[in-house]
Design a protein around this ligand. Sequence first.
Ligand SMILES: Cc1ncc(COP(=O)(O)O)c(C=O)c1O
Length: 452
Amino acid sequence: CFSYVIIYLHYGVCLIYASSVRTHVNVDPAKLKSLRQRWSVKPSEMSKKTLNPIRAIVDGMKLTPNPEKPMIALSIGDPTVFGNLPTDDTVLQAMKEAIDSHKYNGYAPSVGYQKSREVVADFYSCPEAPLDGKDVILTSGCSQAIELAISVLCNPGDNILVPRPGFSLYKTLAVSMGIQVKHYNLLPEKSWEIDLQHLESLIDDKTACLIVNNPSNPCGSVFSREHLHKILSVASRNCIPILADEIYGDMVFPGCDFQPLAPLSSDVPILSCGGLAKRWLVPGWRMGWILIHDRNDIFGTAIREGLVKLSQRILGPCTVVQGALESILNDTPPQFYQGTISFLKSNSEICYSELSTVPGLNPVMPSGAMYIMVGIEMEHFPDFQNDVEFTERLVTEQSVFCLPATAFEYPNFFRIVVTVPEEMMIEACIRIREFCARHYRPRSQDSHELDQ
Ligand SMILES: Cc1ncc(COP(=O)(O)O)c(C=O)c1O
């Protein structure tokens, strides 16, 4: 039998060779093959392909605030950061009772307790789109709902259609899974409606899913019933299932209607993703859900089973929050929701009316959610190459931070979060005006016209 002699050369390289010399040590060659001679631990392909564009852009910016002005961050999509928008006492009470009951300390089923699933189903069920417990998958926030929905509908090599501008998580997840992302355009001049022709032109035989985000982050837009019907027609004609991200559902300003997508659809199968984060103002509680709408049995049992299997990879939804869900959904008083909405509307109006009179800026008035997009006429700001430089210098000079919309694949805009306290919003707008006045340059043609 062969034995192996390992000779270490003085320069650190080791050689292994077989000798026919008999020794008393028998080494299994198969085992020896697996012996590594040096460390080589590398990040996986998936980790290398995982990119959060917001982090990539923000981390690359030089954000040094003006020491003479306190920082105002209009960039964070977390409504709890300033403490001015607390959740309702009913919501807190429900959570306390769930803890005190000692019933919710263990593992729940991976898709959530049946009772909690039924509570969500009852809350969202309507005659046109009825739901029961088996149509609900509870998740860790809406983010996990989106991840499960993309994972169950798409294979590597497929493509998905996502809005531009749009929430960056869709791309982050898809690209890390080897799924191609195709962006369809939203039209600012039409209150951010989808360019339906462009959308349809992107569809091919590898298109596995259309993502519709309504109300929208970052636009704050809310689609009309008529527009939703048109989106459904495109999906129906091309047999493409829809992932409806409705995390901002019902967060719409008075006079505007939120219409969930599923009740309008007679045939298109829809996975509607939502959660507690925004409407109930508790993003840290990490509770989300998928509502499976499949009245024509197109998803069938296979997609449902796929979702259940995927949910079993990691137990997502928090058990204590599941215990509190019934009371959160059924007992939160309507005044709480109305209070949040009227605050968001009032702050949006302040921001919009302040910035729409600033030369060089074009804010688009939102109808819901928590954001307002502001266009920058870059040709009037020659000091800056793009929205990233513009917002970077806004921090340096005025200590106001807005997210450049390049983070949403939409250059020459920036996004403002309208959940900040009113006085902060007013102060931020004053500083943005001052900043723009300092850097605005009329084009030569404009100055010519002014001269005449
Ligand atoms: C459009 C959109 N979808 C999903 C999410 C994720 O929500 P959650 O915090 O529940 O994971 C967000 C969060 O900002 C969002 O803006």
